[in-house]
Design a protein around this ligand. Structure first.
Ligand code: CTP
Length: 396
C-alpha cells in the first residue's frame, strides 16, 4: 500500500518526536518515499541527522534555506506529497494549522498542500483537553484533516492519561489505509455494535458480554473503503474509531430508533449488536429493596431490530449476525428468511477462542441466494475487510 508513495512527515517539538524516527524508518521499510520536515523545537529532542540517515534525504526546517535553488521547497514538497503526516502534532502546531498561520517550514508547506493531511496529537493530557486545543482539533476535523486519536498511558510529564503518540507500527497501519481501494466511496454504511442494556432500576440492568469489536472492525473497514459510516453502539469498554459518526445508546428501543433515523438513505446496514432479546416488563424509577426471599423478575420480548429493518427494507443491503451454539447453519438460514436479511454472518459462540470478547473470529456467511461463504479463523479486523468487500460486491 505504501510502496512508492510520497509521504511528508512533519515532526513537531514534543518528546514523542523520538517515536517519529522509528515511524520514518518503518515507512521507508514499507517502500514509501519519506521526506521529513521538522520544527526548530523538534530538533531539541531529535537531531536532523537521525532523520537524514533514516530517509537518505535532507531534512527541511527553514523556508528560506533552499537545498536546490531551482526549486521552492515548501511548494514543491506540498505538490509532490501524496500524504502529509504531522507526528507528533504539538498543541502549538495544531493551533497554527487550525488558524492558517504559516510561520515556519511545516505550517507554510501544509498551507500550500492539497493532498490529505493526517495529524497525530501528542501532549500532556491537560493540554490536550484544554478548550483551546479541543476547539482547534475540531476545527482541523472540519477542514478535512484526519486526526488520529492519541493513546492512553504514561505520559512523559509524569501524568497518566490521554496524549500518547500511537506506536509507530500502529501509525504505519493507519497511514496505509489511506491508500486502500475506495470501493465504497459515495456509499453510506450504518452499523450497530456492542451490547444493549435493559434497566431493572436506576442501578441494575440486564446486558451481555458483547465487546463491540466486530462492529467496530466493520466500521473501520467501511471507512477505509471510503464510505460515510455511522456506528450505533451500546456501552463499550474499547475506544471508538475516528473518521466515523457515532451514536451512543443503551436500550434496544433506543438502538431501534437510532437505526431507523436515517435508514432510508443507507446503502449497507449491518446489525452486529448483541441486542437483548428480553427486558424487564417493569422498570423501576427507584432502587428496589431486598425482599428477603426469592425474587422474580418478569421479562418481555424486545423489538427485533433486524426484523423491523428487514420489513422496512427498500434498496438497502441488510446484514445480520447469528450467534449460535448448536446447529449453526440451520438456525442461521432460518434467521435469514425470518428477518428478510440479504446476508447472515453466523458464528459458533460455544468456542472460547473465537466470538464475543476474542480478537479473532471464524464465520460462515449465508446469502439469500443460497450462497455459502466460509471464512477461516482470523483477526476480526482482517475478517471485517473481507466481509465488507463481499457486501459491497452484492450492492445493486
Ligand atoms: N437482533 C435484533 N434485535 C433483537 C435481537 C437480535 O436486531 N431484539 C439481531 C442481532 O443484531 C443479529 C440477529 O438479530 O444480527 C440475530 O440475533 P440472535 O440473538 O442470534 O438471534 P435471535 O433472533 O435473537 O434468535 P435466537 O435467540 O432464537 O437465536
Amino acid at each position: 500500500m505504501l510502496t512508492n508513495r510520497n509521504i511528508l512527515l512533519c515532526v513537531g517539538g514534543g518528546i514523542a518526536s523520538y517515536k517519529s524516527a522509528a515511524l520514518a524508518s518503518k515507512l521507508v521499510q514499507a517502500g514509501a518515499h519519506v521526506q521529513v520536515a521538522m520544527t526548530r523545537n523538534a530538533q531539541q529532542f531529535v537531531g536532523k541527522t537521525t532523520f537524514e540517515a533514516l530517509t537518505r534525504k535532507a531534512v527541511y526546517d527553514d523556508v528560506f534555506i533552499e537545498h536546490d535553488p531551482s526549486k521552492i521547497a515548501h511548494i514543491d514538497l506540498a505538490d509532490e506529497a501524496d500524504l502529509i503526516v504531522v507526528a507528533p502534532a504539538t498543541a502549538n502546531l495544531i493551533a497554527k494549522l487550525a488558524h492558517g498561520i504559516a510561520d515556519d517550514f511545516i505550517t507554510t508547506t501544509i498551507l500550500a498542500a492539497t493532498c490529505p493531511v493526517i495529524v497525530a496529537p501528542a501532549m500532556n493530557v491537560n493540554m490536550l483537553e484544554h478548550p483551546a486545543t479541543v476547539r482547534n482539533i475540531e476545527q482541523l476535523k472540519q477542514d478535512g484533516v484526519q486526526v488520529i486519536a492519541p493513546g492512553v498511558g504514561n505520559l512523559a510529564c509524569g501524568w497518566v492519561g490521554k496524549g500518547r503518540l500511537p506506536e509507530p507500527e500502529d501509525l504505519v497501519a493507519t497511514l496505509s489505509t489511506f491508500f486502500e481501494d475506495k470501493y465504497l466511496a459515495g456509499r453510506k454504511v450504518l452499523i450497530s455494535a456492542g451490547p444493549t442494556v435493559e434497566r431493572i432500576d436506576p442501578v441494575r440492568y440486564l446486558t451481555n458480554d458483547s465487546s463491540g469489536k466486530t462492529g467496530i472492525a466493520l466500521a473501520e473497514a467501511a471507512r477505509d473503503a471510503g464510505a460515510d459510516v455511522t456506528l450505533v453502539h451500546g456501552p463499550l469498554r474499547i475506544g471508538l474509531p475516528t473518521g466515523i459518526s457515532t451514536i451512543a445508546v443503551e436500550s434496544g428501543e433506543e438502538m431501534l430508533e437510532a437505526m431507523l433515523r436515517d435508514y432510508e438513505t443507507q446503502d449497507i446496514v449491518i446489525m452486529s449488536a448483541a441486542v437483548a432479546d428480553y427486558r424487564p416488563s417493569v422498570q423501576y424509577d427507584q432502587k428496589q429493596k431486598k425482599i428477603h426471599g426469592p425474587l422474580r423478575i418478569e421479562l418481555e420480548e424486545t423489538t427485533d431490530i433486524l426484523k423491523t429493518l428487514g420489513e422496512q427494507k427498500q434498496h438497502q443491503l441488510l446484514v445480520g449476525f447469528a450467534a449460535e451454539t448448536t446447529d449453526v447453519e440451520t438456525f442461521a438460514k432460518q434467521k435469514l428468511i425470518r428477518k428478510k436479511a440479504d446476508f447472515i454472518v453466523a458464528n459458533d459462540v460455544s468456542r472460547s477462542d473465537i466470538g464475543f470478547v476474542s480478537d479473532e473470529n471464524e464465520v460462515v456467511v449465508f446469502g439469500k441466494n443460497d450462497s455459502v461463504t466460509r471464512y477461516d479463523q482470523q483477526l476480526k479486523s482482517t475478517l471485517a475487510k473481507s466481509l465488507m468487500r463481499q457486501f459491497a460486491e452484492a450492492l445493486a
